[in-house]
Design a protein around this ligand. Structure first.
Ligand SMILES: Cc1cc2nc3c(=O)[nH]c(=O)nc-3n(C[C@H](O)[C@H](O)[C@H](O)COP(=O)(O)O)c2cc1C
Length: 189
């Protein structure tokens, strides 16, 4: 698509709308670019840790996003120690990069039972490993997997800011913050 036809990139509210549209599409459509963001956390040494995840929920009213993970994975320990994370999206069809940062809450146990019950058997198989994720193995397949609600966690990011970059003939970049009601501010790309 011709980026010059992206009329929505020329106004702050329309750009913000478009970003949320792409996030919601990522939740609904497994082939959408918004499906597979990169989640970034800070590890115990203060270093960045980036990995691909699946976007599971996007609530514009609350400005929250959700991903599912194994409660015993390193990322959960990282956000429990330092409850902040970034997400990065590149939607090439929209010529749109979305970077955002949020405070993280991890839900597990009974509080995620209803979500767990909605998952397919195949999806549940991603949660439950012995030994736990990240442990060293002698052989690649020396681990057991089964579906275990006790290993399932939902990470919720309460977005504090979003940085949105549109690449067109004229590049445009804007920063949107919770603290000003997401009014948005153009910045130099
Ligand atoms: C396409 C793709 C989707 C993934 N989705 C998830 C996900 O939704 N949740 C998750 O915990 N890990 C997901 N992973 C695996 C993570 O990228 C990562 O390898 C794993 O969670 C361990 O990360 P950690 O050791 O930093 O916790 C996905 C990997 C790929 C390649």
């Amino acid at each position: 698509m011709n980026p010059e036809s992206h009329e929505w990139a020329t106004s702050l509210p329309a750009l913000h709308d478009q970003a949320w549209k792409r996030l919601r599409r990522g939740v609904a459509d497994r082939r959408a670019a918004g499906r597979h963001p990169t989640l970034v956390t800070v590890d115990a040494e203060g270093g960045p840790q980036a990995r691909t995840v699946v976007l599971r929920a996007a609530d514009r009213k609350e400005a929250t996003l959700r991903i599912y993970t194994d409660r015993h994975s390193d990322k959960v320990g990282e956000v429990q120690a330092n409850p902040v994370a970034g997400l990065h999206f590149w939607d090439s069809a929209a010529h749109l990069q979305i970077r955002l940062q949020g405070d993280v809450t991890v839900f597990s146990g009974d509080s995620v039972r209803a979500v767990w019950e909605e998952l397919s058997d195949h999806a549940r198989d991603c949660y439950g490993r012995d030994p736990a994720p990240g442990n060293v193995l002698d052989e690649a397949l020396d681990y057991r997997k089964w579906s275990d609600l006790a290993a399932f966690a939902v990470m919720e990011l309460t977005i504090q800011w979003m940085d949105i970059l549109h690449l067109g003939r004229h590049h445009r970049r804007a920063r949107f913050e919770r603290s000003d009601g997401w009014a948005g501010q153009w910045v130099v790309p």
